[in-house]
Design a protein around this ligand. Structure first.
Ligand code: BG6
Length: 455
C-alpha cells in the first residue's frame, strides 16, 4: 500500500497509545510498504514516537527505525488557514521526495470540536479530490453529542467529502471477536434457528472497566457513560448480535441490517451511577452529575426479539476489565427426568476482552450418578492466536483498502443518538469502587444475574 498518512491531533493519547503501535505492527507484518506519516499538532516539542514506545509490545529496533524514518512532524493551528496552506506544501514536497502517488489518509484524532473546521480546511486545500488517487478521512468518536449536533456535523463534513470517503470509527468493530460475531452466528447451522425470542431468554452486553477516568476527566465529564460508550460501542454490539441474517457481508447490507435493529430499539428501564470520589478527579466539576455507570434493559420491537431483554451494563471503576456478550437460553421444562429439575439453562458467552474467545455451557450427566452438571465447551482464541491483530490495525488496514464494512454510516450514528436522546437521566446512585450500584440488580428479570465474572 502506497500512501501518506496524516494524523491530526498527533500529541494526544490516542496517537501514542493506539495509532503509533498499530502502524508499527502493520509495518512489522509487512502490510505497509511505501508510506510516510505526518504528525500534525500545535505543540511541536513533544517527541511523539518516543512517548509511544512503551505502548508497543515486543519492540524491535529495525521496525521502529523504519517508522522513525517515515515520521515527520508538522506544527499547525487548526483554525488557521495559513497552517493548512503550509501543510499542503509540506505534504507535496515529501510525496515528491518519496515518490508517493498522493493517496492520502487524514486521521482526525483531535477533540470532536475540531472536526468540522479541519474538514473545511482540508477541503479548501483540495485534499478531498485528486485524479487517480484516493483521499479518505477518519473521524474518531464521539461523532456529535446528541442527534442535533451529529446531524449538523454530518451535513458539514458531507459538504466537503463524499460519504464513501468518510470513515467514522468505532474501534470496537475492529476487535477480533466482534468481527467474529457474524461468522459465529451465520456459519454454524445449529445457532441460527435458535437465535430468537423463542429460545433465548435474555442477552447481556457488558463493558466493564476497573479503572477511573484518569487524565480524561474534563472530556469525560461532558459525556458520561451513556454518550461515551453506550451510544457507540454497546449499541453496535447490540445491533450486530440482534441483526437479521445479511445476504452478504458487504458494507451496504450489514449497515442496513444493523440500522433496522437500531430503529426498533428502545430503553425500558435504567440505573445510573457515579463512583465514589469521581467529583474529585482532575477536570471533573465538584458538583458533577455525570454518570460513570449505566445499566439498562433495551427492547427490540421486531418479530425476532419482541419482549426479549437486551441488558447493557457499563461503567468505570467496577470489579473487572471485561467485555462480553452473554446469551442465556431458555430453561427447558423438567419433564424428562423425574425429580431432576434444577439443571442450568444453556448459555453462550462471547468474550471480547481481555481473553478473546467464546464458550458454550451445555448439560451433561455426572459419571456414575443420575445428576446433571453444566460442562463448558471452550474456544480460547487468545490461547492459540496470542498475537491476533488489535482493533486499530484491522481498521487502519480497512481504510487503506477502502473497506467500510467496519465503519459507521451517518444514518447509524444519527439513529443511535435518537435512542440516547430519549433516555431521561434519573437518580445517580453513588457506588463504591469495585462494585456496581445494588439498584442495577433490580432491573433484571427474576433468576437472572449480571454476568460480571467469567465462569
Ligand atoms: C473509548 C471510551 O471509546 O473506549 C473510553 O472513550 C473507554 O472511556 C474505551 O475506556 C474502552 O476501549 P477498550 O478498547 O479499552 O475496551
Amino acid at each position: 500500500m502506497n500512501c501518506t498518512i496524516v494524523i491530526l491531533g498527533a500529541t494526544g493519547d490516542l496517537t501514542k497509545k493506539k495509532l503509533i503501535p498499530a502502524l508499527y505492527n502493520l509495518i512489522k507484518n509487512k502490510k505497509l510498504e511505501k508510506f510516510i506519516v505526518v504528525g500534525v499538532a500545535r505543540d511541536r516539542s513533544q517527541n511523539i514516537l518516543e512517548h509511544s514506545k512503551k505502548f508497543i509490545k515486543n519492540l524491535d529496533s529495525k521496525t521502529f527505525n523504519i517508522l522513525k524514518d517515515s515520521f515527520h512532524y508538522f506544527s499547525a493551528n487548526f483554525q488557521n488557514k495559513a497552517s493548512f496552506v503550509n501543510l499542503k506544501k509540506f505534504i507535496l514536497d515529501l510525496e515528491k521526495k518519496n515518490t508517493l502517488p498522493g493517496n492520502r489518509l487524514f486521521y482526525l484524532a483531535t477533540l470532536p470540536t475540531h472536526f468540522e473546521v479541519i474538514a473545511n480546511q482540508l477541503g479548501e486545500q483540495g485534499f478531498n479530490k485528486k485524479d487517480n488517487c484516493w483521499h479518505r478521512v477518519v473521524f474518531e468518536k464521539p461523532f456529535g453529542s446528541n442527534l442535533k449536533s451529529a446531524r449538523l456535523l454530518n451535513r458539514g463534513v458531507q459538504k466537503v467529502f463524499k460519504e464513501s470517503q468518510i470513515f467514522r470509527i468505532d474501534h470496537y468493530l475492529g476487535k477480533e471477536l466482534v468481527q467474529n460475531l457474524s461468522i459465529l452466528r451465520f456459519t454454524n447451522i445449529f445457532l441460527e434457528p435458535i437465535w430468537n425470542k423463542k429460545y433465548i431468554d435474555n442477552i447481556q452486553i457488558i463493558l466493564s472497566e476497573n479503572f477511573g477516568v484518569g487524565d480524561r476527566g474534563s472530556f469525560y465529564d461532558k459525556y458520561g457513560a451513556l454518550k461515551d460508550v453506550v451510544q457507540n460501542h454497546a449499541l453496535q454490539l447490540l445491533a450486530l448480535t440482534a441483526m437479521e441474517k445479511p445476504s452478504s457481508l458487504s458494507t451496504k447490507v450489514i449497515r442496513e441490517k444493523k440500522l433496522s435493529v437500531l430503529k426498533k430499539t428502545k430503553l425500558k428501564k435504567s440505573v445510573f451511577g457515579q463512583y465514589e470520589g469521581y467529583k474529585k478527579e482532575n477536570g471533573v466539576k465538584p458538583n458533577s452529575s455525570t454518570e460513570t455507570f449505566f445499566s439498562g434493559e433495551f427492547q427490540i420491537n421486531n418479530s425476532r426479539w419482541k419482549r426479549t431483554p437486551f441488558y447493557i451494563l457499563t461503567g468505570k471503576n467496577l470489579k473487572n476489565k471485561l467485555v462480553l456478550i452473554h446469551v442465556e437460553f431458555k430453561k427447558l421444562p423438567c419433564g424428562l427426568l423425574k425429580g431432576v429439575c434444577d439443571f442450568i439453562p444453556n448459555h453462550l458467552t462471547i468474550e471480547i476482552q481481555p481473553k478473546e474467545g467464546f464458550h458454550l455451557h451445555i448439560n451433561a450427566k455426572v459419571p456414575g450418578k443420575k445428576d446433571i452438571k453444566p460442562v463448558k465447551m471452550d474456544y480460547c482464541q487468545s490461547c492459540v492466536e496470542p498475537n491476533s491483530p488489535k482493533a486499530y490495525e484491522n481498521l487502519l488496514l480497512d481504510v487503506f483498502q477502502g473497506n467500510k464494512s467496519s465503519f459507521i454510516h451517518a444514518k447509524e450514528v444519527e439513529t443511535s443518538w435518537k435512542i440516547i436522546d430519549k433516555i431521561k437521566k434519573q437518580t445517580i446512585y453513588t457506588y463504591k469502587k469495585g462494585t456496581i450500584p445494588p439498584q442495577a440488580n433490580v432491573i433484571l428479570k427474576k433468576d437472572v444475574r449480571w454476568h460480571l465474572d467469567v465462569d
